[in-house]
Every structure is written in C-alpha cells, then in structure tokens.
Design a protein around this ligand. Structure first.
Ligand SMILES: Cc1cc2nc3c(=O)[nH]c(=O)nc-3n(C[C@H](O)[C@H](O)[C@H](O)COP(=O)(O)O)c2cc1C
Ligand code: SF4
Length: 517
C-alpha cells in the first residue's frame, strides 16, 4: 500500500519551491521503490514553514518544514515515511503553536484534505450545511444567517443575512449570486488560500446563498493575478457539476444553480461591488451610484447578492452546526471568527483564523513573533491600503469592527501589514495618495483630482517646503475626499494619511530646515 505524502499546491508554497519539492520527493521514492501517493493539498497557512511536507503515518500526520528538493535523499534515509527523525521534522502539524492557537471554522479543511477530491470533501464534513439548508428552505436559511451575526468579510462588514433577506424579497428574475474574489488589499491572501485549498466549500456556500435568495446563476469573479485559484475553482466546478452540486437539480433538489468563473483584468476598484458588476457585464470597471442597491438592482439590473469569498465560505458551518455555534465566538457585534492575514515585515506570517476579540498586540508581537528584521515595530496597517496605521501605543485594540472604528481604523478584509522602525510614515502617506490616484476609476472629482493634488502636497511636505501650511492643506484635502467621494476608494484614503500624520507627526517634519541660531 502506498503512503500518502502531502505537498501543498498552494501558490504561496509553490512560490518557495513546492513544485520542485514534489518532483524531487516523487523521483527519490520511485528510485528507491517506495510506493507513495503525493497529494497537492492547500496550505495550512503557517507560511514560515512552507513548503511544509506532511506524511500520513500509522500514528497520524507528521510534518517536515521548509523542505527543499535537496532534502529528498536525506528524508528517505531518515525513514520519513514512518515519521522518522530529521532536522526538518516539525512533528504533528496541528500541535504547532501557530496552528494550535487558532479556531478554524472556515479554514478547518484547508491544508488537511485533497482540495480537488469531492470524496475527501464529503468525508470531512462537506455538504452537511447544504443538506440542512435544503431542509430549512429559503426563509429558514436567511434567518439562520441573520441569527449567526455573520458580517461581510470583504471590507464593509454589512450583515450578510440582512442583504440576503433584501435580495430574497426583491422582485425580479433571474437573480444572481456573485462571489467577490478580487482580493486587492495589500497583505491579504485568505480568499486565494481558500479557493485553492478548499474550493468545494465556496461552491457549497454559494449554492446555499442561491437557494436562500432564489438565484439560478452564480459567478465567481477572480482577479487575473490568481492563476492557481482560477484553475482550482474551474476544476472544482466541473467536478461539482458531475456530482450534481451544480446544475439543473442542485443536490437532487428542485433548485437549479449554474456557476461560472469570470476573470477580472486587474484593477483595485473592480473589487468595489458595483464596479465589479460593471466589469462582469463587460464594461469598464467604474463605480455605480447607490441606490439602487445591488440586492435590488444588481447584475443586468436584477436582484444580486455580492459577497466576499470568506463570507460565503462561513455559511456552510453556520447551517451545519447551527447559528449559535458560530455566534458563540467573538465579541460585541463582531461574531464568529475572522481569518486574519499576518503580512509585511513579520516573523511568523500567514493565516490566523481566530474569534474576534484578540488584540492587535497579541497578533503581531505574540503570534506573529515581531518583525522579521528583529527591529522594533513602528506601525501596523490594518485593513488594506485604505486602512489606518496603528502605532504600538494602540496595540491593546481588540480585533472587532467597532473597536477599530472607535480608533479611526478599520478591519477591512483582515489584512495586517507590519513595518519596522525604518519606515518613513510621510512616504507612506504619500503612497496612499499615489495609490488612490493610480486606482481611481475617475468618476468623481475629489478622488480623481484630489489624489493627484495630494501627492503634490505630500512631495512639498517631504521636501520641507512650507510644512505647516501644507499640512493644513493635506488635512483639508482629506476632509474633502472623505465627505465628497462616491465610494470608499476616495472616501477612505484619508485613513492611512491622517493616521500617519496623527501618530507619527515627526516624520512629516523631518524635511524642515533646522531654525537658524
Ligand atoms: C475600492 C474598493 C475595493 C474593494 N475590494 C474588495 C475586494 O477585493 N473583495 C471584496 O470582497 N470586497 C471588496 N470591496 C467591498 C465590496 O464593495 C463589497 O462591500 C463586498 O464585496 C460585499 O461583500 P461582503 O458583504 O461579503 O463583504 C471593495 C470596496 C472598495 C470601495
Ligand atoms: S471615489 Fe474614486 S474610485 Fe470611487 S467612484 Fe469616485 S473616482 Fe471612482
């Protein structure tokens, strides 16, 4: 009998040589006539250890971290197929502190199962949520999602159940479910990891959403920079169709559900839901004015639910285990778990799914292990390029939508990007304006023109020209962007700019000439 060996096929693992490791291990095993079956699983999200190879031994899975192709002969010599000792052996993956401290509700299977095996999916708890959903019927599903307290994980944190209720009640036929997998935020990768590591979960979540609102067609809108995720979803949809999870009789029911992947050409603003719908309709990705809400008039003018990958992927657990089992995690109005992505200059980067309420300091210092450069942390940007910078004095902020908003920040899609003390925050503020200008869809003046003026003003501040007057100007400009922009790209650019100015004022005055004696 062959031994199962797991080598992640996840893009993050492939980027550090997982494909070469898989080939080398396969060749070495063949040369020594050792029967092995290599499974290309997803990543567990402990990126520091990738490529993390796991062997299924009689006493459970044993991991070997940071494996390189050159390790193949030595691993065989060390009797790795029985979990033998080797300098790269890290023991039971689930017992690694980075993984043992997590609460994995959404990412429970990611890195564990064969992502393209429908059988593996079913054997490991898949489809239970859909079965329960079909038994409850549309109204029951909507109520379960409302009761769970699930909020949108794409950025705005809008209650998913309320959006579904609106779309379910809206007149119009057909209705659509659109999965937003544009994932443009800096330091984020959870959507990608999930699509590559557990694609059937997203399909199941979308199928449940479709039944809930009466949609017969779904689209997964994925950014073109995610070729592995695109392939993983396309392959999984073919399997799901063959298994009856997608098609004219969804899982043997009376509901029909078709599903397709659509690839975006790569613009940050196409993650904004109305620009995404424009792009899906074949037009340039430009933001639409709201109202009407997409739930009432969305894709092709029909009722449409647009949800992030993580929102939809949380739904099968809620249906399978009950709304209470999800709601029991978290704090205040932030219920359930959040797959937080630790990135930037951080020692233990990766995906950390945990209940809301963990503090920012615990995340970056304790779990993340501080900076990779071993220098002090100066700032942490949370929530993508439109999120605020937090200094260490705010590390007691709990990861919770309201707690972050109270401190002029946002959680966004859960991206946490760490900077050490060499960062110049005035340059980061300039970058925020430059990013806004580069990505602006051009529909409204404060964003289109204001961002360009913002870069010019920041250049003058950095050069030390009339600093106080220019700081007053940048504050004024931020005020205009915040109140006058049509969407959050222009509206939230003031967050990184103003937080940098508020918490790191010295960096903005570094270019000033010292006063003459
Ligand atoms: C400029 C901009 C970019 C956005 N990018 C994304 C994105 O990449 N993925 C995403 O899910 N939501 C993104 N959003 C939020 C979406 O507009 C929308 O709120 C979300 O898809 C709704 O799904 P949710 O309720 O499940 O979060 C973006 C918003 C803005 C203003
Ligand atoms: S704020 Fe910027 S991205 Fe948003 S609609 Fe206006 S111009 Fe377009």
């Amino acid at each position: 009998m062959s031994t199962r060996v797991y080598v992640p096929g996840d893009a993050a693992a492939v980027a550090v040589g997982a494909d070469e490791v898989a080939s080398a291990l396969g060749a070495e095993a063949a040369a020594r006539q050792l029967p092995i079956e290599i499974v290309r699983n997803g990543s567990r999200g402990a990126f520091e250890l990738e490529p993390l190879v796991e062997v299924e031994t009689a006493s459970g899975r044993v991991g070997y971290g940071r494996v390189s192709p050159a390790d193949a002969p030595g691993l065989v010599d060390a009797n790795w197929l029985a979990g033998g000792p080797h300098p790269k052996r890290v023991g039971r993956p689930e017992a690694l502190p980075f993984l043992a401290r997590q609460t994995r509700l959404t990412f429970a299977r990611c890195g564990v199962t064969d992502p393209q095996s429908f059988e593996d999916y079913r054997r490991n708890g898949g489809l239970k949520g859909l079965e329960r959903a079909l038994a409850l019927g549309p109204a029951g599903i909507v109520e379960a999602v409302v009761e769970s307290g699930l909020r949108g994980r794409g950025g705005a944190g809008f209650p998913a159940g309320i959006k579904w209720r609106t779309a379910a009640a809206a007149p119009g036929d057909p209705k659509y479910v659109v999965c937003n997998a544009d994932e443009g935020d800096s330091g984020t990768f959870a959507d990608r990891m999930l699509m590559e590591g557990d694609p059937f979960l997203l399909i199941e979540g979308m199928a449940i959403a479709a039944v809930a609102i009466g949609a017969s067609q779904g689209f997964v809108y994925i950014r073109s920079e995610y070729p592995h995720a695109i392939r993983a979803m396309q392959r999984a949809i073919v399997t799901a169709r063959a298994e009856g999870l997608v098609g004219p009789k969804l899982a043997g029911s009376t509901f029909a559900f078709e599903l397709e992947v659509r690839v975006g050409a790569g613009a940050y603003v196409c993650g904004e839901e109305t620009a995404l719908l424009e792009s899906l309709e074949g037009r340039r990705g430009q933001v639409r004015a709201k109202p009407p809400l997409p739930a009432l008039k969305g894709l092709f003018g029909k009722p449409t639910v647009v949800n992030n990958v993580l929102t939809l992927a949380a739904v099968p657990f809620i249906l399978a285990e009950g709304a209470g089992a999800y709601r029991d995690h978290g704090v205040g109005r932030s219920r359930g778990t959040m797959p937080i992505q630790l990135a930037g200059n951080i020692k233990n980067g990766g995906l950390f799914e945990t209940a809301f309420g963990v503090t920012l300091g615990e995340l970056v210092e304790d779990i993340g292990g501080g900076t990779l450069t071993a220098r002090p942390i100066k700032a942490v940007q949370v929530g993508g390029p439109l999120g605020a910078y937090f200094p260490p004095s705010l590390f007691d902020t709990p990861f919770d939508y309201e707690a972050f908003a109270d401190r002029d920040g946002l959680i966004g899609h859960g991206g946490v990007v760490v900077f050490d003390d060499t960062v110049d925050m005035a340059r980061q503020a300039r970058f925020a304006m430059e990013f806004c200008g580069f990505e602006s869809c051009g529909k409204c003046t404060p964003c289109r023109v204001g961002s360009v003026r913002g870069v010019e003003v920041m250049d003058r501040i950095i050069a030390g020209e009339n600093v106080e007057a220019n700081l007053a100007l940048i504050e004024d400009l931020c005020h205009t962007l915040k109140l006058g922009s049509l969407c959050a790209l222009g509206g939230f650019t003031p967050y990184p700019v103003m937080s940098a100015l508020t918490h790191f004022p010295a960096d903005f005055r570094a270019g000033m000439m010292p006063a003459a004696e």
